[in-house]
Ligand binder design. Structure first.
Ligand SMILES: NC(=O)c1ccc[n+]([C@@H]2O[C@H](COP(=O)([O-])OP(=O)(O)OC[C@H]3O[C@@H](n4cnc5c(N)ncnc54)[C@H](OP(=O)(O)O)[C@@H]3O)[C@@H](O)[C@H]2O)c1
Length: 304
């Protein structure tokens, strides 16, 4: 493991390490924590990317670490007061399987954090995680949560709904397709209910949890936006906002599954089977679990 950017070194031993700190969510977590004056180590396999995302902010430490490699995990955690796992895997390739990354490596990270004396550990999962699901992805997310809680008692699980932001994969794709296509293919009948949330609000929630800025005492938070849409209504709403005329056509999930299997062979898979699996069931926050509001965050609608 190397620190590739010596000029960005942070001398403090009171550090929060964000694994996946260069990602869509992770770099916003880094940014929010920097704003709060926290010393940050942003760990990923390609750490140079963080420099571009945090220009103008206080210095922080980009560090190269692969959560499949226990020695690099330990080095990245050294001296950390808190750690966040915001690592993703959306398409299985070689040894990078959902089980390996979302269950085993997540547990390794939690164990290493406990052994390193980390006080707060936040694991990012997703709404709908289910250890008994037939979907390999959803099951791995559910089992990952269980493994993390067993390895680090007191770990906090944050389950975001689908996240929206300037460079997101979900809303941006709908916008692009609505602009491009006269006929829009729905997932199934388009009845799946979704509760999209701003990525910045999820990042703020995580930053409050790791910096002890919240009095909310719970082990699972489901972070979702203020409004529930059916997928069909969401596409309609986006088309209306864009002044686009588009005909919505139901497409069976079995066909989406075949398309996603083929799309996963493309370098930056535009569609994945786990997305199709997730779209088969409603993705809304449970009414009996705390979320953004309990953390003092009033979620804004994605229309804004
Ligand atoms: N995006 C959403 O709408 C959404 C919704 C619900 C839940 N989530 C969850 O939120 C979390 C973050 O998702 P995201 O969309 O921000 O993911 P992302 O943009 O794909 O970022 C993933 C991050 O993990 C790093 N990473 C991947 N494999 C790694 C490894 N083996 N070791 C170390 N770092 C690794 C990546 O950097 P390198 O490739 O350089 O290593 C990157 O920094 C995930 O758990 C995801 O399932 C996302």
């Amino acid at each position: 493991m190397t620190n590739q950017h010596g000029r960005n070194d942070v001398a403090s031993e009171n550090i929060v390490t964000v694994f996946g700190g260069t990602g869509f969510l992770g770099r916003r977590i880094v940014s929010r924590l920097l704003d709060k004056g926290v010393d940050i180590r942003a760990a990923s396999r390609h750490p140079h990317q963080t420099l571009e995302n945090a220009s103008g902010k206080r210095p922080f430490q980009p560090i190269e670490a692969d959560i499949l490699d226990r020695s690099s995990i330990a080095a990245a955690l050294a001296g950390s007061r808190a750690a966040v796992n915001a690592v993703s895997l959306y398409v299985e390739r070689g040894e990078q399987t959902f089980k390996r990354v979302h269950v085993e490596a997540a547990a390794d990270l939690a164990t290493a954090s406990r052994k390193a004396g980390v006080e707060r550990f936040v694991h990012i999962s997703g709404i709908g995680s289910d250890p008994n699901s037939r979907s390999d992805y959803i099951r791995a997310r559910g089992r990952g949560e269980e493994a993390v809680k067993a390895a680090f008692p007191g770990a906090v699980i944050v389950r975001p709904a689908v996240m929206a932001g300037p460079d997101d994969a979900f809303i941006t794709t709908i916008v692009r397709l609505v602009r491009l296509l006269p006929i829009y293919p729905l997932f199934g009948e388009g009845d799946t209910r979704l509760q999209p949330v701003h990525v910045g609000e999820v990042a703020e929630a995580v930053s409050r949890l790791v910096s002890g800025q919240s009095a909310a005492d719970a082990s699972i938070f489901e972070c979702a936006g203020p409004r529930i849409y059916s997928y069909r209504d969401l596409v309609r709403e986006i088309a209306t906002q864009l002044n686009a005329r588009v005909r919505l056509v139901p497409v069976p999930f079995a066909l989406w599954h075949i398309l996603a299997t083929a799309a996963e062979f493309l370098p930056a898979a535009p569609l994945t089977r786990n997305q199709v699996d997730l779209m088969r069931r409603d993705n809304v926050a449970a009414s009996d679990l705390p979320g953004l509001e309990e953390l003092g965050i009033q979620p804004r609608g994605i229309e804004e």
